[in-house]
Structure formats: structure tokens, C-alpha cells
Design a protein around this ligand. Structure first.
Ligand SMILES: Nc1nc2c(c(=O)[nH]1)N[C@H]1C(S)=C(S)[C@@H](COP(=O)(O)O)O[C@H]1N2
Ligand SMILES: [Mo]
Length: 392
């Protein structure tokens, strides 16, 4: 494919350009100059320290999201570089295993490599659209991307260490640390079934190149089809446990009410479950909000995804959801990846028009007009829309 020798000149050039852009982003991501990324970078910054930034949706006209265009999110920012060098970094596997062990990156690269293309999406993507408003990073539509990950199977590492009988959850910790030591570490766990799934990876590459620092170099967890909070970056410790990880980031944060709740009712007695699978969702990448289009045919395009379930269809409405037309699903169709779609619209009148889209997956889940409200503003998947002006 892109590694074919016939393309080598062009792809080499592209790699150099992307590499430089990545390097610039990586350098600017150091706390001192995060501000300049906010002003000049290809992403829209939401928080500058640590650097949290989302992808402008016009980038979602391509199947893969390049590393330097992928949204960036972390609680404390990347660890110091020294912690991640070849000499200093290692992965430790312990807890309920027969043979606790540690790995250099080279040893992990010697295990059978697996490549999986999957959506990475922050649970807070779309938080800005919940009403009443919810505090937290005000992500709009771009805290998501589609990436080709390569790494070792987590299962191969766990089986190599030998699971003990009461192993039920697998806990992850990275090398990043809060500025103040009283703040809890970002520690997460996933149930054993997901950890042993052959598509769950310890990834060292994205889109065919080593992970950049901002995205978790040298190693991160990738749980295809699940929300990005399980995808722990700068991974250093795997601990097999009989129960879920303790601490704020597993027991308090990233949990959702199991039943719908009313914003005023509060939470007493509501049972809360960890966010896991991604829910069905689509966005319009083109035309952009506020664009002038037509008056001839207009190609509306975007992407749709639904965690562990394939997309069955995407529909478009130009009359506020009264009538819907089916879009055409195009491009690559891979499990866990997003699906591109297109619809050729022939506007019947000029002036302002709001275009909506909604996706359905093969399980029959349909993107709702508005997502259920929840106190952390997670998992927004309401119909997407852009308002355009038809005419000259
Ligand atoms: N070590 C570590 N891993 C982490 C986080 C973090 O703060 N520390 N943040 C998580 C969250 S909230 C998200 S949305 C994703 C973002 O991944 P990205 O920056 O590669 O897009 O990383 C996850 N992994
Ligand atoms: Mo997130």
C-alpha cells in the first residue's frame, strides 16, 4: 500500500513533512510553549496546561487520522523524556501471575505483531452539547480519530506470565505523574475478557510509525471499540487483579449512571458503571458549519462509528429530521474503524439550511436526537448538524 516502492518518493516526502509537523507539535507540547500550539497548530486547543486539543472536523474527510492531527488529551501531560528512553523505560507485569516479569520495548517487538484500525474517542467528546451544561473540558466534535495501531497482543504477554486462578481484571499505569503528589495517579483497569481479546493491543506504532510522545510513546494500551480512557499511554505497569482498580480514575471518574437520570434529581442510589464500549455516532465533515454551498448538487460527507459493532447505515435530513435519505457508505470497511459516508444533496431552495445526520449500527442502535444527560457529560452521540447557506 503506501509502503509500495513506486510511491516511495512521494510518501517519503509526506513522511518527512508529517514527521517535522509531529516534531514541532511534540516540542511545543512542553509546558512552556503549549500556548503557541493553541495559536498555530492544526488542532483546536481546549486547555493549554496540560495540552488538550481537538481535531477540526474538516479533517474527518480522510479514513485515517494522521498522528499530528489526532486529538490530544491527558490529565498531567507527558512524563519527562528521561523516563521513556531505551535505558530507563521498561514494562513490568505483576499481580496475580505465576511469573512476574519485565520487558524492554525490543522484547515486545519480538512478539507476533498485530495491526488493528480503530476509533479512539474521549468519553467527553461532545460534552459541550449536553444541556444543562456540564463542567469539564468543553469538547465539541473532534475528540475522536481513526488510527491504525500496531503492537503485541496483551493476551500474549499475560499468557506468557501465566494467569493465576482468581485473575479477573487487568490494571494499567503509565509513567506520567501529577504536579502535586496528593493528586491520584491515572490508574485504570479492564475486565479480563477484554484484556484477553486477541484484538486488545500493547501498541508501539500508530499509522506505521513509532508512537509520538503526546500519544503515549513508547507503549500504550489499545482496547478497540472501547472508549479512550482504557487506552493508557506511556504504559509502564500491568497488574493482574481479582477486582477493579482502586482510586479516583476507576472508582469515581469515567462512570455513567446505568439508568437514565434527570439533571435535577441528583445521584443518590443511582448505580454507576465504568464507561466501556463506544456508542453509535456520526459527524458531518463537509460542508463546514457556516459554509456557502450550491446552488447545484452538494456532496455531504462524514464518518460514522459504533465501537464493537459495524455501521449499518447513515441518514441525512435537510428538514429538521422530518424526512431522511440514506447516505452511501464508502471506503474501507474494517471492524472497530469508522466508516466514511457520502450523500449528494440537491438543494430545492436558497437560504439557510440545517443538515442533520444520524447513524445506525447492525445491532439496531440508532443515534438519538439528544443523548441522555449525565453528570460528567460523557458519551454525547446526538444527531450531528451543520447550518449552511445555499446560493451564490
Ligand atoms: N497515562 C495516561 N494515559 C491516558 C490518559 C492520561 O491522562 N494518562 N488520558 C486518557 C484519556 S482521558 C484519553 S481521552 C486518551 C487520549 O489519547 P490521545 O491523547 O492519544 O488522543 O488517553 C487516555 N490515556
Ligand atoms: Mo478522555
Amino acid at each position: 500500500m503506501s509502503d509500495s516502492p513506486h510511491l516511495s518518493r512521494r510518501s517519503l516526502f509526506r513522511r518527512v513533512v508529517e514527521g517535522l509537523a509531529g516534531l514541532a507539535l511534540w516540542r511545543q507540547a512542553q509546558p512552556v510553549s503549549a500556548q503557541s500550539v493553541a495559536e498555530t497548530g492544526p488542532l483546536t486547543a481546549r486547555v493549554t496546561r496540560p495540552y488538550d486539543a481537538e481535531t477540526p472536523v474538516r479533517e474527518f474527510t480522510s479514513f485515517l487520522t494522521p498522528a499530528h492531527r489526532l486529538f490530544v488529551r491527558s490529565h498531567f501531560g507527558p512524563p519527562p523524556q528521561e523516563a521513556l528512553t531505551e535505558q530507563n523505560w521498561k514494562l513490568t507485569v505483576g499481580g496475580l501471575v505465576e511469573r512476574p516479569q519485565s520487558f524492554a520495548l525490543k522484547a515486545l517487538r519480538e512478539l507476533e505483531p498485530v495491526t488493528v484500525t480503530s476509533v479512539l474517542q474521549c468519553s467527553g467528546n461532545g460534552r459541550a452539547f449536553h444541556r444543562p451544561k456540564v463542567p469539564g473540558v468543553q469538547w465539541e466534535r473532534g475528540a475522536v480519530g481513526n488510527v491504525r495501531w500496531t503492537g503485541a497482543r496483551l493476551r500474549d504477554v499475560l499468557e506468557g506470565a501465566g494467569l493465576r486462578g482468581h485473575a479477573r481484571h487487568v490494571q494499567f499505569q503509565g509513567a506520567d505523574r501529577p504536579v502535586v503528589s496528593s493528586v491520584p495517579l491515572f490508574i485504570r483497569s479492564i475486565p479480563l475478557a477484554k484484556a484477553l481479546h486477541p484484538d486488545t493491543l500493547l501498541a508501539y506504532e500508530m499509522n506505521g510509525r513509532p508512537l509520538p510522545l503526546l500519544h503515549g510513546a513508547p507503549l500504550r494500551v489499545v482496547t478497540p471499540g472501547w472508549m479512550a480512557e482504557s487506552c493508557v499511554k506511556w504504559l509502564t505497569d500491568i497488574t493482574v487483579r481479582s477486582d477493579e482498580a482502586e482510586g479516583y480514575y476507576m472508582q469515581t471518574a469515567y462512570r455513567m449512571p446505568v439508568t437514565a437520570i434527570h439533571p435535577q434529581s441528583g445521584l443518590p442510589g443511582t448505580s454507576m458503571a465504568p464507561v466501556e464500549a463506544i456508542v453509535v455516532k456520526s459527524v458531518i465533515a463537509s460542508p463546514e458549519e457556516g459554509a456557502r454551498v450550491g446552488p447545484g448538487p452538494v456532496t455531504i460527507q462524514g464518518v460514522a462509528w459504533s465501537g464493537e459493532s459495524p455501521i449499518a447505515g447513515v441518514e441525512v435530513s435537510c428538514d429538521d429530521g422530518q424526512t431522511w435519505d440514506s447516505a452511501r457508505l464508502v471506503g474501507e470497511d474494517l471492524p472497530y474503524a469508522w466508516r466514511q459516508w457520502q450523500f449528494v444533496w440537491r438543494p430545492s431552495q436558497s437560504g439557510e439550511v440545517t443538515i442533520h445526520c444520524r447513524a445506525t449500527d447492525v445491532e439496531g442502535q440508532v443515534q438519538p436526537r439528544v443523548s441522555p444527560w449525565n453528570p460528567s457529560g460523557f458519551m454525547w452521540n446526538g444527531w450531528d448538524h451543520v447550518t449552511v447557506t445555499v446560493g451564490r
